[in-house]
Write a protein that binds this ligand. Structure first.
Ligand SMILES: Cc1ncc(COP(=O)(O)O)c(C=O)c1O
Length: 436
């Protein structure tokens, strides 16, 4: 898009581009399209009547503080309660080291702002969370991806990447990792790898950013030892109420060693003065007045049923040569399609066939991922999931037929789709509600 202000923008805005799925959003959000693209939590199980009563009581009893500015670090009571949430995963900490943020996305932004000058290197799993890649791009950091397998990040690949950087006289500022129920890969870092990864990071003097919004959503109620609990001084932990309570309240947090915490508070102050008091007090009341652990159990059951529907549909319908991960928690399955199929090019044809997914390229900073796609089972019903996978299989089969016949995939540009007028630009993307 040309703009009269183009020559005024700071160079960092070059890294800010719209998510490719946003171009399809208008079409993909039509009711007849089954969207397996978005990471929106399923909030139907929330006790809306109880919440309504809590909101009303909050305004009536504590309205003057709930509607007032608060402190940049977040309200003390909520920070204490966050300690109880983190204790579920073995974290022992002090409320002074918790900084409340506007979703963990803001914590990602602040951490990148604190540590990254333009051109600095950050390590991230390949693939990685699109919102994190967007923050890294916005601060002009350079992402080096580290390979994963079914047990998560590979320690050998991490050592290799750090050794190669050291040989080139470079150093990574931090490792960004999502150890549990990875977005988008759907895998979990093996417990046996955790200490080794922390050791490697120590050896190369690399800080660890542990992003853990899904950790309490294991389908058997299982949790894994958090990296922060194993190395409090070298890990910054990011948490969120988005997936375990309500994403619309935008309440997340960072837990950081004191020296980093102080800078985080200053950075938060300059960005937003303080996180919304009302939302924090709402979360606080919910935690104090509702069986939040029971609520999380009910989310686990809902998502387990949906995960089962997706895995079963994938093995029933997907053509030979496709592979996919088997998540035991969280929201996502990562699918690898047969060679020759380009998931980004195929997306408009999938949407025409009334199914949407997130193509793999959005989860890499280096252009990889064209043979992968992410499917989310969190939001649609099991019946819709089955139907969506059936439609996706039809599109894949058609794609493979064309490949077998002509040796090249079919062509349809996103702009050619009815109802889609947004230009698609290349480069690191900003997250949209449909790619979180
Ligand atoms: C891995 C990961 N980190 C961070 C976020 C952002 O969460 P929040 O809603 O707390 O900003 C998401 C959201 O999907 C995510 O998947």
């Amino acid at each position: 898009m040309t703009s009269a202000h183009n020559d005024r923008f700071a160079s960092r805005t070059e890294g800010m581009t719209a998510s490719e799925i946003r171009a399809l959003f208008a079409v993909a959000s039509r009711p007849e399209v089954v969207s397996l693209a978005g990471g929106m939590p399923n909030l139907a199980a929330l006790p809306l009547d109880t919440l309504a009563a809590q909101v009303s009581e909050l305004v009536a009893k504590d309205g003057l503080s709930a509607l007032q500015y608060g402190s940049a670090q977040g309200i003390p009571l909520l920070r204490e309660q966050i300690l109880e949430v983190m204790a579920e995963e073995g974290i022992r900490a002090h409320a002074d080291d918790v900084v409340v943020t506007v979703g963990s996305q803001m914590a990602l932004d602040l951490v990148t702002r604190l540590f990254c000058d333009p051109g600095d290197i950050v390590l991230a799993e390949g693939p990685s969370y699109v919102g994190a890649l967007g923050s890294f791009a916005a601060y002009q950091a350079q992402v080096v991806h580290v390979a994963m397998d079914d047990d998560g990040l590979q320690p050998a690949a991490l050592s290799q990447a750090l050794e190669a950087l050291a040989t080139a006289g470079r150093r990574a500022k931090f490792l960004y990792t999502i150890p549990n129920f990875h977005n988008p890969a759907g895998v979990t870092l093996a417990v046996s790898r955790r200490a080794e990864i922390l050791d490697i990071c120590r050896r190369y003097d690399v800080l660890v950013i542990e992003d853990n919004p899904y950790g309490l959503l294991g389908f058997d109620g299982q949790t894994y030892p958090s990296l922060r609990s194993m190395d409090p001084d070298n890990v910054i932990y990011l948490g969120s109420f988005s997936k375990t309570f309500a994403s619309g309240l935008r309440v997340g947090w960072a837990l950081a060693p004191p020296s980093v915490r102080d800078k985080l508070v200053l950075a938060a102050e300059s960005a937003i003065l303080c996180p919304p008091s009302f939302n924090q007090m709402m979360v606080s009341r919910y935690l104090a007045g509702h069986d939040w652990r029971g609520q999380i159990k009910s989310f686990q059951q809902t998502y387990r049923v949906r995960r089962d529907a997706m895995l079963s549909a994938l093995s029933t319908y997907l053509p030979e040569g496709c592979r996919w991960t088997h998540p035991d928690g969280g929201f996502y399955v990562w699918v690898t399609v047969p060679e020759g199929v380009d998931t980004k090019a195929m997306l408009p044809r999938a949407v025409s066939a009334r199914v949407a997914y997130a193509s793999g390229t959005g989860f890499y900073a280096d252009g990889l991922g064209s043979r992968q796609l992410r499917l989310s089972y969190c939001y649609p019903t099991p019946e819709r999931i089955t139907e969506g996978v059936r439609r996706l299989a039809g599109v894949l089969n058609a794609e493979l037929d064309v490949l077998r016949t002509f040796g090249t995939p079919a062509r349809t540009s996103i702009r050619a789709l009815p109802g889609s007028s947004v230009n698609v630009r290349r480069g690191p993307q900003s997250p949209s509600p449909d790619t979180t």
